[in-house]
Design a protein. Structure first.
Length: 131
């Protein structure tokens, strides 16, 4: 086991650009941490992680520091594994609860915006506006 670890580290050190180019593939692999038995599980998995990635952007655009704070550590964890390892899906399982929390945050925000706009007499839903 130690031989394999040393071999992997040596390959990364010898060709860091190649490893960096593979990082998006490792990230994609690590994204699928939910147990997927049918398409609904895959949809939930993708939606939850998309919201986890969207939370800091929403926080920045809407000047909501809480959104950034909720997602900063989990995203750092995600990218640390994507950059430094082969990122098998079980490594991102600890992120499932916070990804679901972010999904609920985004859903509540979208629905509250929709309700507010309908109550104000507008017929269309307008998304985020960075200030």
């Amino acid at each position: 086991r130690e031989e394999k670890k040393e071999f992997a580290i040596q390959r990364i050190v010898n060709n860091p650009l190649s490893h960096l180019m593979a990082t998006p593939s490792f990230g994609w692999r690590g994204l699928w941490s939910f147990e997927i038995n049918h398409w609904g599980d895959a949809f939930l998995n993708f939606s939850a992680f998309a919201c986890l990635f969207a939370a800091p952007l929403i926080g920045w655009c809407e000047k909501r520091i809480g959104w950034i704070l909720v997602s900063a550590v989990p995203l750092s964890y995600f990218w640390m594994y994507a950059i430094t390892s082969h990122f098998i899906p079980r490594y991102s399982r600890p992120l499932i609860p916070i990804a679901l929390v972010c999904m609920v945050m985004v859903a509540v925000d979208c629905f509250s915006r929709l309700i507010d706009r309908e109550q104000a007499g507008h017929q269309s839903f307008v998304g985020l506006r960075c200030r």
